[in-house]
Design a protein around this ligand. Structure first.
Ligand code: F0G
Length: 350
């Protein structure tokens, strides 16, 4: 039987009643064990990555968007809007197209990865690139929503987090238990909130006997939660998490504190090192923001914060192909060789 999409699979745990799902069969992403990476990081634990880049629009946003768009249709909406660092806009555009709704996306001009922009335009969204950052774009969205009849599909929309919590269910269903640590990037802070909600629900209904510590990582140039104040001009190579005033700030702190976890930060250099190490050591390609979870795991390991023999899951939030420019910039250029066998063999050096 083919996977029906997360709404039909987890319907009794989602506030959708018997509504027909707007779906692209999102969810059911692989949980890949990464022993070679674990060895390279020196972590003596079982490490898995939840490969969310294998969702229909290649990021975890599809989990929330199937819910948000299903509910928007049920409520009679004709248009949706979001602010985005790229992935939310790609997902909103795709699911809106699927449902026949108009879609408006507001993005920070020049600061979204190429793949994400190509998705938003291809799916027919009206794309507004503003001279400002994500936080400015979000302010615009809230202003529009006050004046026009459009449904906001940023994570302030409660159905988004409901959909996203299903990633925790899948991890527990696959492992047959909850992990000991869950490591993930934090930007607008919705995802850490959603994962914690999912783990807590499974625990409270007796499906699992424990809950993980939530270990969130922001980029050092965009780390308002770590610093304890809004960052006016967030800056990081991981544009997906270039956010200075996260909407779910308080909820993320609650997830951190209730789980006995942390929210810390990693530098762009650490992110880029982890980005390349993951791709080269395991064949798993994730975008820079996703690699913040791997960089975070390295930081935790170096500080002796991961108990030996424990089970660790890192979320890889978006696919590496979302951001081809950073990939190409971070590696040596291909060697240019004439089409002559001797020259090819000489360059190969084996
Ligand atoms: N990783 C990726 C690839 C993202 O696109 C995002 C958020 C995050 C991590 C952080 O998740 O915001 O729930 O803490 N992207 C949003 C967007 C902001 O507009 O696509 P979060």
């Amino acid at each position: 039987m083919s996977w029906p999409g997360l709404i039909d699979y987890y319907r009794e745990r989602l506030p959708v009643r018997d509504l027909a799902a707007v779906t692209l069969h999102e969810g059911n992403t692989p949980l890949v064990e990464v022993p070679r990476l674990a060895a390279r990081l020196g972590v003596e634990a079982r490490v898995y990555v939840k490969y969310e880049g294998l969702n229909p629009t290649c990021s975890f946003k599809d989990r929330g968007m199937t819910m948000a768009i299903t509910m928007a249709v049920a409520e009679g909406a004709s248009a949706v809007i979001c602010a985005s660092t790229g992935n939310t806009s790609a997902s909103a555009a795709a699911y809106a197209a699927r449902a026949g709704l108009a879609c408006f996306v507001i993005i920070p001009d020049g600061n979204i990865a190429l793949g994400k922009l190509s998705q938003a335009v291809m799916h027919g969204a009206k794309v507004l690139a503003i001279q400002g950052n994500f936080d400015d774009a979000y302010r615009m969205v809230m202003g529009v929503a006050e004046r026009r009849r459009v449904t906001v599909v940023n994570s302030i929309n409660p159905y988004r987090l409901q959909g996203q919590k299903t990633a925790s269910f899948e991890i527990c269903d696959t492992l047959g238990r909850a992990p000991d640590y869950h490591v993930l990037p934090v930007g607008n802070a919705g995802n850490i909130t959603a994962y914690w909600m999912g783990y807590t629900e499974y625990f409270e209904s007796g499906v699992t006997a424990s809950k993980p510590r939530m270990m969130g990582f922001q980029a050092a140039g965009a780390a308002p939660i770590v610093l304890g104040h809004v960052v006016e001009n967030p800056e990081t190579i991981a544009t997906a998490i270039r956010i200075g005033n996260p909407v779910s700030w308080k909820k993320a702190e609650a997830a951190r504190d209730e789980s006995g976890g942390i929210i810390d930060m990693v530098t762009d250099a650490e992110i880029m090192e982890a980005y390349k190490l993951l791709a080269a050591s395991e064949g798993v390609f994730a975008e820079p923001a996703s690699a913040a979870s791997i960089a975070g795991l390295k930081k935790l390991t170096d500080a002796g914060r991961i108990e030996t023999g424990s089970t660790v899951v890192c979320t890889l939030t978006g696919h590496g192909l979302k951001d081809p420019n950073n990939a190409i910039k971070s590696c040596p250029e291909p060697v240019r060789v004439p089409a002559e066998l001797d020259r090819v063999l000489a360059v190969m050096g084996i």
